[in-house]
Design a protein around this ligand. Structure first.
Ligand code: HEC
Ligand SMILES: [Cu+2]
Length: 425
C-alpha cells in the first residue's frame, strides 16, 4: 500500500516536470492568479474545460503514462536511474532485487494459470477436482508469501539503515527552504548563499521562443550548490516557512525540509558533473520555480571554488563600506528586485491583490524610510514577507530599497546608503 502511494506520488512528480499535468481548470486558476508567471502555460480558450472532462482526461493521462512511462518523460526511460552515489546505487540495487522477485512470482503464477488453461481445459475433458479446507494448501499459500516478505525485508532494512547513517561525515551543508529559493550554509567553512531560479528561466517565461530553445528551463539556478566528490557529505534540511522537500534524483536524496525541525541525509558523490533536482513538496505559488542544481567537482576544484567564494564575500563587504551614487543603487536594485522580490510583489510592483501588496504607491515604500528599511530587514512575522537581513548584503538591501522608492511607479527622490542599513541591522 505504502509503496503504491509512493509510486503514485512519484508519478505525479514525473508528470509535473512536463507540465502536462494540471487539469486545465486548475492550471487556468494558477496562471491567472500569478501576474509574474502570466505566460508560463499556454492555454487555448477554445478547448472546452468542464470540470469533469478535464478530470477524466487527467485520469486517463495518468493511466496512460503509468503504462508507458517513457511517454511521460523521455529522459526517465523505463527504469529507475542508478545515480552517482553509493546511496542511490543501493536504492537501485534493492529496486532491482525486488523487481526480479516480482518477475519470478509473475512467471510462476501466470505460468501455472496458462498451463492449466491450456492442458486442463474443458474441451479436453478435464474434470475439476473438488476439495475443501486443505490444510496443506492453506499452509503453503500463507508460508510461501511470508518467507518471500522476510527474505525481502533483509536487504530493504540494510539499505534503510545505511540511508539513515549520517555518522562520520567529512563535511556538513545546512539546506533551508524558503518560498521560493534554497539557502546553502557550509558549516565547515562559513560559505553561505541563496540559490534562486536563474534569470534565463525567468526571462523565458514571457517568451515562447526563448523557452523552446532554453535547455533546462526551470531547472537552472543563479548559484548552484557546489560539492566535492569522494567526500561523505551530510545534509541538514530545514525550512524558514512552509514544508519543502530537497530532491536530487542522481544523489538518491529526497528529504522533507520542515520548519522547526532538522532532517538529515547524506551522499558521497563519485562522479564530477551537474545534477538537477526540484522542490518535491507543494509549497505555494512558485513551488515549480525553486529548482536545485548540484555541481560536483574534484577536491582541488572545490577548494578553488571555496577560495573564490571567500574572496567574493570580501568584495561584498568592501562594497557595503563605500558610498554609492544613486544610478548605481538603482541599477543594482533592479537586479535584486527581480530575483528576490518580483515573484510576490510583481515585476511592475503591482503585487497580487489580496495576497501580496502592491509596492506602487504603497504607504510603506513611499513613506518614512525607517519603516521601509525595517520591514525589508526583519520581514513581518505571520506573513509571507520574510526577513531579508540574512539573505542580502548591506549594499543589495540599500539598492533594492532605493529602487522601490524611485521605480515601480514611485518617485520619492531619496536614497539610502549601505552604511545606514548596517546600523539598522
Ligand atoms: C514570498 C513573498 C514575498 C517576497 C519574496 C517579498 N515580499 Fe514583501 N511583502 C510580502 C507580503 C505578504 C507583504 C505584506 C505583509 C503584511 O501583511 O503587512 C509584504 C510587504 C512588503 C512591504 C510593505 C508594503 C506595504 O505597503 O505594506 C515592502 C516595502 C516589501 N514587502 C518589500 C519587499 C522587498 C524589498 C522584497 C525583496 C527583497 C520583498 N518584499 C519580497 C510578501 C513578499
Ligand atoms: Cu518548495
Amino acid at each position: 500500500m505504502l509503496g503504491m502511494l509512493r509510486n503514485i506520488s512519484k508519478l505525479s512528480n514525473v508528470l509535473s516536470l512536463k507540465k502536462l499535468t494540471l487539469p486545465t481548470s486548475l492550471r487556468n486558476n494558477y496562471t491567472s492568479s500569478s501576474e509574474h508567471h502570466n505566460n508560463v502555460t499556454k492555454y487555448s480558450p477554445d478547448s472546452p474545460s468542464p470540470k469533469t472532462s478535464s478530470r477524466l482526461s487527467f485520469l486517463s493521462l495518468l493511466l496512460l503514462s503509468s503504462f508507458i512511462p517513457s511517454l511521460a518523460h523521455a529522459e526517465y526511460g523505463l527504469n529507475l536511474t542508478e545515480g552517482v552515489t553509493s546511496v542511490s546505487r543501493d536504492i537501485y540495487g534493492l529496486h532491482m532485487i525486488i523487481f526480479w522477485v516480482c518477475v519470478g512470482i509473475a512467471v510462476l503464477v501466470f505460468g501455472v494459470m496458462i498451463w492449466s488453461m491450456i492442458f486442463h481445459r474443458k474441451s479436453k475433458g478435464a474434470v475439476a477436482s473438488n476439495f475443501h479446507e486443505s490444510t496443506v494448501v492453506e499452509l503453503i499459500w500463507t508460508l510461501v508469501p511470508l518467507a518471500i516478505l522476510i527474505a525481502i525485508a533483509f536487504p530493504a532494512t540494510k539499505v534503510l539503515i545505511d540511508l539513515e547513517n549520517t555518522d562520520k561525515a567529512d563535511m556538513t551543508v545546512k539546506i533551508t527552504g524558503y518560498q521560493w529559493k534554497w539557502q546553502y550554509e557550509y558549516m565547515d567553512n562559513g560559505v553561505n548563499f541563496f540559490s534562486n531560479l536563474s534569470k534565463t528561466s525567468t526571462d523565458a517565461m514571457k517568451d515562447d521562443n526563448a523557452r523552446a530553445n532554453l535547455p533546462n528551463y526551470l531547472l537552472e539556478v543563479d548559484k548552484p550548490l557546489v560539492l566535492p566528490i569522494n567526500k561523505k557529505i551530510r545534509f541538514l534540511m530545514t525550512s524558514n516557512d512552509v514544508i519543502h522537500s530537497w530532491w536530487v534524483r542522481d544523489l538518491g536524496v529526497k528529504q522533507d525540509a520542515n520548519p522547526g525541525f532538522i532532517n538529515d541525509a547524506w551522499a558521497t558523490i563519485d562522479k564530477p558533473g551537474t545534477y538537477r533536482g526540484q522542490c518535491a513538496e507543494l509549497c505555494g505559488k512558485d513551488h515549480g520555480f525553486m529548482p536545485i542544481v548540484v555541481e560536483a567537482k574534484s577536491e582541488a576544484d572545490y577548494k578553488l571554488w571555496v577560495d573564490e567564494q571567500k574572496a567574493a564575500q570580501k568584495a561584498v563587504e568592501a562594497a557595503s563600506g563605500k558610498k554609492w551614487n544613486k544610478a548605481d543603487l538603482m541599477a543594482q536594485g533592479q537586479k535584486v528586485y527581480s530575483t528576490s522580490c518580483a515573484s510576490c510583489h510583481g515585476v511592475t510592483g503591482g503585487g497580487i491583490p489580496g495576497v501580496f501588496p502592491a509596492l506602487t504607491a504603497s504607504p510603506i515604500a513611499t513613506g518614512e524610510m525607517k519603516a521601509h528599511i525595517d520591514i525589508v530587514l526583519h520581514g513581518k512575522s505571520g506573513t509571507a514577507m520574510q526577513a531579508f537581513k540574512a539573505q542580502l548584503s548591506d549594499s543589495d538591501l540599500a539598492a533594492v530599497i532605493t529602487y522601490e522608492r524611485n521605480a515601480l511607479g514611485n518617485n520619492k527622490g531619496d536614497m539610502v546608503q549601505p552604511s545606514t542599513i548596517k546600523s539598522a541591522r
